[in-house]
Design a protein. Sequence first.
Lengths: 445, 465
Amino acid sequence: MKDLLSLGRIACDSAVKAGADQADVFVQEVRSVSVSVEKSLIKSCNIIHDYGLSIRAFRNGGMGFSFTMSLKDEDAVETSKLAAALARTAQPDPDFKTLPDPREGKRVAGLYDGGVEALGVEKAVEWAMLGIDAAKSVTEDIVTMGGAGVSVERHALVNSLGVAVEDQMTSVGMGIFAIVKRGSDVGSYMEFDSARRLRDFQPEPVGRKAAEEAVRFLGAKKVETATLPVVFGPLASNTIFASTCGAANAESVQRNRSFLVGMKGRSVASEHVTIIDNGLFRAGMASAPYDGEGVPRRETAIVENGVLKTYLHNSYTSGKAGEENTGHAARWSYRGGVGIGPTNLRPKLGDWGRDEIIEETREGVYVNMAALSPNTVTGDISGTIDFGFKIENGELAFPVKNTMLGVNMVDLLRSIDAVSKDYREEPGTIMPTVRALNVRIAGGR
Amino acid sequence: MEDLVKGVVDEAGMYGVEFMDIRTLKRRHMSVTVQDGKADKVYAPIMFGAGIRVLVDGMWGFASTNLVEKEELRGCLRDAVSMAKVAGRRVLERGEVAEIKPVRDVVRTQVRRHPKEVTLEEKMTAVIELEKAAKSYDPQHVVNTIVGYTDIVSEETVSNTFGTYIESETVRTLISCSVVVKEGDVRQSGFEVRGRLMGFELVEETRPEAFSVEAARKAVSLLKAEKAPAGKFPVILSPAVTGLFTHEAFGHNAEADHVWARSSILEGKVGENVTSDMVSIIDDSTMQGLHGSYTYDSEGIPGSRRVLVDKGVLKGFMHSLETAKKFGVPPNGSARAQDHQAIPVVRMSNTYIAPGDASVDEIIEETREGILLKGGYWGYVFVERGEFTCNAEEAWMVRNGELAEHLRNVSVSGLTLEALKNIDLLSKDLEFKLAGTCGKSGQGMAVDAGGPYVRVRELVVGGQR
């Protein structure tokens, strides 16, 4: 097996020799097998062996970036020379201060499961069949698509200041999209599960849940345009909180591109909203000992009792602002650069039951999934409710179609008056049900 | 390369494959980002590898590797065959491909200035000038400007067991500009993009006034715009939004893999009226220089002009080799793969509604109360329900046949078959302004879309008042 750390060092040294002031190198190898499902049938089995190395070289703050899809020493050296040459051509950026120094991170348990690495595509086929059959057990006329897969990743990160870390992680996942057609009436729903460890993975309910929800969406109706309370289910609340934390990206803030510019220390949500970002949660899908630049991950309160406590930093933005690096450098693949992003979001739970929130809503809308990501500059949300219900007299009355919601994200967050104590959990992340008041619902006149 | 891949194709015969194809890729990107006056980020990644797809006993297997060398490719073939065999016993409906005549060809994008013949310095200078123009449009209000430049040169081969061997070099160039402006507590943004199947001449032909200055002008004008209303309105789509609408509301539903998988609302509707009589919808990958154009698809089938709807009647779908066989029609070159690690799937290219005979002024004049949408930002569709969403950069109220107040960025939503039947006016324009990337099956693909100004009698507008 290739020593990824040594290769990273070779490339990093080579970039510095070629004139870079600083450089970092990310080396990654991923093996994945997957099965795809179409029309309730196994369609294809696939194996991908992907690997490569990317280099960021800095010269007077200007950055050159390149990657190669090779783990050969000579390709690593050539690529690092190219990145250094690009950095020399790039214009200087005095706002770049430095890449991070090495610091000891905390070990995160549960990111790698040898049992997952031992699995072949046969297991993915088994899960996919389980999903197909479980969906059919709900109703014979269900049509499913989707798939299942297993992947194993090894990576190393090296920088010219001495950061040298490596890690390995496994993941398993499946998703089933179920469609049921009764004449011109169509119901559909996507359900999924994913985990780092087999013990956290529950493939059994996926197909059944997808089919049950698809059937529940039959008979959808259009609704009248109105201003109503909206109850956001777990997946929808997760989108809202993730978008909010995404807008707290210090790069967007420093560049004046975020609706959260100038909001640090100020109220951006109701007192019921506390969002904790935990990059170290055991076996979390977004957990790791280090961020994408080798800075130790940690637990951070992003919003506390409605107040925006911090922006999310990587080394560039923390250097530019002179603020502490929060360890949120995001690097998903050797093919991309380094951005900023939240990790596992764990909102503070309230004391409402999910059903209680619905029961206490005389008229409103329940949103399971919707296009809730705002325009990041303005915070305006204008999206379709993809899977939702009209609430009448405290009950989910009927599924809605061709219905939209329009609201500004900060207004939405400030109007949240209930957070549930029960929640959906995906490894690392918890997703409660929340209610916001006064959301404009667009339908008929 | 030909000997190498043909050796692997020949070897596939020993495994008893019904069909096999191998695609190799070498792709160079060059990107420059200029933000707030500094061209401080330059990207030049290099991608390479091969993907092998086999059909064994009715089941598909796929494997990819980044190393295009003989032994590695042989191993990759073995992996693909073993993948197909794992699931082979589950075959209830056999995978199959349309029989085709082998094609041998070498094709190159015709460019006036090949990106490799333009220095990085020249690229940077041009992009810096575009960014400066945006900034200087209104320095008091402009608080952030980004101009991005990317050229992509892809050298690919497609080879299969029918005997096809095609070598191609494809050149695409893309520039985008995003401007953020601020006045008091109000922030707004403007965006422009140009993407073409061409070389550096795209940048040379781009006037700042029509590009980066235009993005800045839009952003500044949006500072005074009002929130859009919520509810049902007659909606006039400008060409970019028409493109987005055509792509999302109709195009994805006309991808034959969706139809075959029973997830399209167009299933069983060929020969039926699916839109108003005045509407014809075409997907055309042969349009000179457009971002979604190509000579051959990723299965080695020539791209073509696919008339999907002719005067309201659904004529057919976009096909891969497999869906063509299943539907009993000739393949029409619509299967594309993002790179060597992806399987070709049915994709749109340049999708549009054919122009009508009204003028845009006439359409506005005939609208008592409605909303005009401009600038296509993003969209998506649930094909099985035919429920689509299109987000527009800006909008105007139309009152008594005239443009009234300017409105902010807003989305509209509709049900495909209702919306297409509710089209009642088409202008005589035909513009393509939606060069971008379409996502499907985890793959991003270069596409464009357009059309005339279109009036839809009723769509839901997701405004805030």
